[in-house]
Design a protein around this ligand. Structure first.
Ligand code: HEM
Length: 149
């Protein structure tokens, strides 16, 4: 039987090779994050939510988001935040805000992704994470979300 045992380091290296083979690396992630949040901040519907929460800390936020995406896409393991807690703290976010977030994310990748495969790689991951954030924030439609404490 092929037990296919690989160390975490080997799995990480393989993921990075796979990502690099379709054109994803830290330089692209950095460009993607900068470009996406420029659009987010310019958007009249979701820009103010970000600016209210982030204020003068955009440099730190962008750096954190680059580590986050490097962890998601390259398994870089450099991000150790708690996205669910961060989003559940936000006031006034509605499910439809996620549609705008995802539309801006897709449009960013339409414009800058070197290939359709790169766009798909990020969009699939963003959609999955957006789904799970929404479940944590708003619950399953029709089923009341258990209140904390
Ligand atoms: C309507 C949708 C969204 C809104 C309004 C939103 C807003 C925000 C804001 C304001 C912060 C900063 C929180 C703070 O510093 O206190 C934040 C952090 C973050 N967001 Fe979002 N977000 C949205 C969707 C997403 C999605 C879809 C993802 C992932 C694909 C994501 C990933 C993150 C991460 C990783 C952080 C950093 C959390 C930490 O502090 O470790 N967000 N978001």
């Amino acid at each position: 039987m092929d037990t296919n045992v690989r160390s975490a380091g080997e799995r990480r290296a393989q993921l990075q090779l796979d990502a690099a083979s379709i054109g994803i690396d830290e330089a692209f992630i950095s460009l993607m994050v900068d470009e996406f949040y420029t659009r987010v901040r310019e958007n009249p519907l979701i820009g103010p939510i970000f600016d209210d929460a982030i204020g003068d800390n955009w440099t730190a936020h962008l750096a954190k988001m680059k580590l986050f995406w490097a962890s998601v896409a390259l398994n870089a393991g450099l991000y150790s935040g708690k996205p669910m807690d961060a989003h559940r703290r936000l006031e006034g976010v509605q499910p439809w805000h996620f549609n705008i977030w995802l539309a801006l994310f897709r449009a960013t990748l339409d414009d800058i992704a070197p290939t359709p495969a790169v766009k798909l790689y990020f969009v699939e991951r963003a959609e999955r994470i957006a789904q799970s954030l929404q479940l944590g924030m708003f619950g399953v439609p029709g089923i009341a979300r258990k209140k904390d404490g």
